[in-house]
Design a protein around this ligand. Sequence first.
Ligand code: HEC
Ligand SMILES: [Fe+2]
Length: 453
Amino acid sequence: MSSIKRNSLLLALLWTALLSVLLTVNINEVRDDPLQHAETQAKAVIKSAIGFRSWASHFGGVYVQPSEKYPPNPYLKSPDRDVTTTTGKKLTLINPAYMTRQVFQDFYGKDGVNGHLTSLKLLNPINAPDAWERDALLSFEKGSNHAAAIEKSASGENVFRYMQPLYVEEKCLTCHAVQNYKVGDIRGGISTSINLSSGEAIAAQNIRTIVLTYFSVWLIGLIGLFIFFRRSVQLEAEREQKFNLLNVSETLAHQYISTKSETSNLEEALQAISAMLEKRDPYTAGHQQRVADLAEKIALELGLSNDQAHGIRLASLVHDIGKIQVPAEVLNKPGKLSDLEFSLIKLHPQTGFDILKGIKFPWPISEAVLQHHERIDGSGYPQGLNADQICIEAKIIAVADVVEAMSSHRPYRPGLGLEAALNEISKQRGKELDAAAVDACLKLFNECGYKFP
Ligand code: HEC
Ligand SMILES: [Fe+2]
């Protein structure tokens, strides 16, 4: 796996993890909302109920006109419970507990909010606590100052329940002293229950919105990351491609240099030099090319290696390069040459040697050029070497040179023909020319059907 891919995957994972954590925190907060809301509401309900109860207690209860629905309280044992006004109107005393119950049952009790006054020590059995309220009252006896819980309603909805203790105050004793209460005792408690379902519905809607928002943000982030990833991969690929191209061209260049420079480049260079000379000396045009061809064949006929034969071919291609120094009118002069002119021509092996000696060849090319007019009986030039001192390359070129020179046209004489040329080398066999080379040459022409190219 590439590092780009790994990093991108890591980024995607980090992004997903970050959003998951934030989403979880956010959802939990929203999920808690209805409960917190209900708690605030419950405290407010109880606070106001206690307030109104305090107000009613302050007056030792309040007188109202009784009705069928709200009759005089049979549990209130006050002698002044029922009075008649001076105008004959009947009034009954409503104690705080009776008032609270009426309010919660008939005047409050809406929107899933309800309240209840209760005690462990009952004057009125209708005020009996339910199981949860009983536990709460017991906990108040042990010093707790409130109780809260979530219960399931009969219809399966969540209901928040909250309860606070009611303490005996001075004015409560007017009616509750008979129960042996003292100020500061826990008389009972007031509880409220708040249905959570509407708040929960709102929270659920909010959570859906939040999830959708987070999902969109997450998706946009991932898409951005993916685009970034694709771009990086593309850039990386381009870089790699460029690098490969560079490598390929470098390899090609290396190959070119290593293959070309060794052999074919040399041959091309020597061909160019040979062509240069022939531009100046049109009568020997092709002379060197043909000598090269024949000399190479003779070498192979003599059993020399392909490599050595190739070297001989290359040497033949430039064997008369030194003639570049001979004035053109001497080279192209028809008729006989003067001694001076001939001595100028005889300089060309040495000149050729001087031109070529600086170039490093894997064959003795400059030596072959220097010695191609040497003769094995010592009659040649420039050094008058004898058979042992002349290299095999020069001996072969000498034979090919004589055959080619005699059989083709020259400025000072017409061509003498191939037969005359072959006769001449036969005559010089073992005298001026190397016997084996002459034999090989004759065999090429007479038996192998060799022809100059
Ligand atoms: C005017 C008389 C009167 C006063 C004052 C009064 N109460 Fe009561 N209280 C009653 C009567 C009667 C009942 C039972 C009848 C009922 O609930 O209908 C009762 C019931 C209660 C109950 C319900 C439990 C039960 O025994 O049925 C509690 C709790 C309570 N009172 C607390 C208090 C507190 C606290 C005060 C003082 C702030 C107080 N009362 C003041 C007459 C009074
Ligand atoms: Fe020559």
